[in-house]
Design a protein around this ligand. Sequence first.
Ligand SMILES: O=P(O)(O)OC[C@H]1O[C@H](OP(=O)(O)OP(=O)(O)O)[C@H](O)[C@@H]1O
Ligand SMILES: O=c1cc[nH]c(=O)[nH]1
Length: 201
Amino acid sequence: MILSKMSETGLQQASETGTPQIREKGRLMSASEIDRTLVRLAHQIVEKHNGGGNLGLVGIKRRGVPLAERIGKIIETIEKQPVEVGSLDIQFYRDDLSTSGPRPTVTPGAIGFDIADRDIILLDDVLYTGRTIRAALDALFDHGRPRSVRLLVLIDRGHRELPIEAQFVGRVVPTSSREIIEVKLSEVDGADQVLLVERVD
Ligand SMILES: O=P(O)(O)OC[C@H]1O[C@H](OP(=O)(O)OP(=O)(O)O)[C@H](O)[C@@H]1O
Ligand SMILES: O=c1cc[nH]c(=O)[nH]1
């Protein structure tokens, strides 16, 4: 989500350029709170999957990927065995793209490991309408047939438009439709935090 943050005095000028403006309402999670939450989620995954020998973690680009890598390392430390970690690019599967063009070619192996018969955890930073996850499921099944698929998100902010729920949730944050969750991760954004911001258009 590309938005720009402005001072009050810059709002009028910015609204004339058509750029959506946002106002910060508060910090929901610090770096250490994110760390602790990921440790809890890793333990929940291991418990649910009896140790996780058949697990595969698939992060949705962009911020689902560092989440998958971090949780993979934590599980590896807990279980003392490596976990398959890969990434999924869903940009050609989004339902806001034109459907008139040819179906995009799926690159075999683009996830990074073979998902066939594995217990897959899909990971993303925010769950909102559920449309990203619907697209991710389409993309995933073009790569093979997993034994099971579960969903992990750092933040569930509600407002679902599809019958999609996460089995592993960092934090449920009830939001209004004007509000936006901004998850920042060091690998993408230079630092870790979760912010609640509000659209001021
Ligand atoms: O449940 P949904 O309504 O699909 O919203 C959730 C998605 O929105 C954000 O991605 P966004 O499309 O803003 O791209 P970004 O991750 O590159 O910021 C976020 O990373 C989730 O993937
Ligand atoms: O609030 C939201 C909604 C969708 N995606 C985000 O990253 N934040």
